[in-house]
Design a protein around this ligand. Structure first.
Ligand SMILES: Cc1cc2nc3c(=O)[nH]c(=O)nc-3n(C[C@H](O)[C@H](O)[C@H](O)COP(=O)(O)OP(=O)(O)OC[C@H]3O[C@@H](n4cnc5c(N)ncnc54)[C@H](O)[C@@H]3O)c2cc1C
Length: 425
């Protein structure tokens, strides 16, 4: 099929998608959301969840969920360009919003499972993910192992034909209303730390699983800590190969750092001059104030640079670069560094408007909340320091960080750490 024929088909698809959206979805009003909207509204009551799941079911039944996902598992099996076209049209409508757990399910866990899951696992979970029935969160951070992801001590021990999971995970976004967690567990202590890990699908309502919410500084409680006490799993719950969890983790981190988004959507357009900051300046009567205008211009210049960086990364990834995980780190690093700068600029523009306000949805209130949330991306999915390490080692080819524990059996490393006296020599 020639390129012209394909683009005619794509235009036809886009027109049909637009017509369906117009007939079935509410148009979206002017954007007034926080820049960190994923972190703003966290309370998924059962009623709200059911309402959003019904909306997702509608999208799924119409054939617009999982547009580029394999047809045998409930997707449409179309090229990524179709998914991008639908996303561009859908941006003008109120689409299903399953919150942070929904984002993790579709943008990270679902894609990772597709890449590594057995056909049986995919048949069980993927159609339910696409129809909105199943939400999957990431259980990777242990209380003692965050940046050092390979150092997790949550463990699964084989017992006959089952596995028994014990330990704890923390900072899990949205676990309190999710159905499953993808859990990274140690399955072999007698090999170096990266080689004895395995991913499991863990039902969050299984006997022995306790999920506790954690109250945050922004007033939300979407983070959770989970405790696993003799939770029974089977081989069918394993994602990828036994003891090869590190490979699966690399795929997951690539998607989490934007590798999946880069393939599916275009980065936000930065031609409109910082609309959120202009709205903010207007609300506090500073739109003509030269100082406020200077701050808005500073933000706009940064927005444009970031826009072009995203386009460049997306282009490289679409080209199928073998360095995709490390390339995704550039986008993640940019967000981690730039979000706090943007939040500071908003605060300076808002002046007293970010200290007191009459309405909770006022631009000043959003500026204050954004300040509390602005460090999310400098930590989540790997801190800015870890992104720098990844770029240094995997893109720039700099020497690896010195490591005392990566070639030794993990059991020995932990034993020594626990008995370390602090005396040297
Ligand atoms: C918004 C948000 C959402 C999250 N969602 C999830 C989730 O859904 N599931 C999940 O499992 N986890 C989640 N996390 C947890 C997140 O992955 C961890 O917080 C992160 O990996 C850092 O780990 P840590 O908190 O243990 O910090 P630590 O690893 O203890 O790091 C502390 C500091 O030391 C620095 N540091 C550590 N090692 C190095 C090194 N080798 N070189 C240089 N500096 C280093 C770090 O950069 C950091 O500044 C989330 C976190 C946030 C903020």
């Amino acid at each position: 099929m020639s390129e012209t024929e394909e683009s005619a088909e794509l235009a036809d698809y886009r027109a049909r998608a637009r017509a369906w959206l117009e007939a079935n979805m509410e148009p979206r009003g002017p954007a007034a959301a926080s820049r960190f909207s994923f972190a703003v509204d966290d309370d998924f009551s059962p009623e709200r969840l059911a309402e959003q799941q019904a909306l997702q079911r509608k999208v799924y039944d119409a054939g617009y969920a999982g547009i580029s996902w394999p047809a045998e598992y409930g997707g449409q099996g179309l090229p990524k360009a179709y998914e991008r076209a639908f996303a561009q049209e859908a941006a003008h409508f109120v689409m299903p919003d399953l919150g942070i757990a929904g984002g993790t399910t579709m943008g990270v866990c679902g894609l990772t499972i597709l890449a590594h899951g057995s056909p049986e696992l995919l048949r069980t979970h993927i159609p339910r993910v696409l129809s909105g029935e199943e939400l999957i969160v990431q259980l990777f951070s242990d209380p003692e192992a965050g940046s050092d992801l390979a150092g997790v001590r949550t463990q699964a021990v084989r017992d006959g034909d089952r596995w028994v999971l014990n330990g704890s995970k923390i900072w899990t976004s949205g676990a309190y209303y999710a159905n499953y967690g993808m859990c990274l567990a140690r399955t072999d202590w007698d090999v170096p730390k990266h080689r004895g890990l395995t991913w499991f699908m863990v039902p969050l309502d299984a006997p022995g699983v306790t999920v506790r919410r954690i109250k945050q500084i922004n007033g939300n409680a979407e983070f959770c800590q989970e405790f696993f006490d003799d939770v029974e799993l089977t081989d069918a719950d394993i994602i990828g190969e036994l003891n090869d969890g590190w490979t699966v983790a690399q795929t997951m981190l690539m998607f989490e750092r934007g590798g999946g988004d880069a393939a599916a959507t275009d980065p936000p357009d930065a031609r409109d001059v910082a609309p959120d900051l202009r709205e903010l300046a207007e609300s506090v009567g500073r739109l003509d104030d030269p100082q406020a205008r200077r701050l808005i211009t500073t933000a706009h210049v940064d927005d444009v640079v970031r826009h072009h960086l995203s386009r460049r990364i997306a282009g490289l990834m679409r080209g199928g670069s073998h360095r995709a995980v490390a390339l995704a780190s550039y986008g993640k690093l940019a967000s981690g560094l730039y979000d706090p700068v943007r939040a500071d600029l908003a605060l300076e523009i808002a002046d007293g408007g970010a200290s007191t306000w009459q309405h909770a949805d006022s631009p000043g209130a959003r500026a204050a909340t954004d300040l509390l949330n602005c460090r999310f991306l400098s930590i989540a999915g790997g801190t800015v320091e870890m992104q720098r390490n990844s770029i240094g080692e995997r893109v720039l080819g700099l020497p690896r960080e010195p490591s005392f524990d990566s070639e030794r059996p993990f059991r020995e490393v932990v034993r020594e750490a626990l008995t370390w006296s602090g005396k040297v020599g």
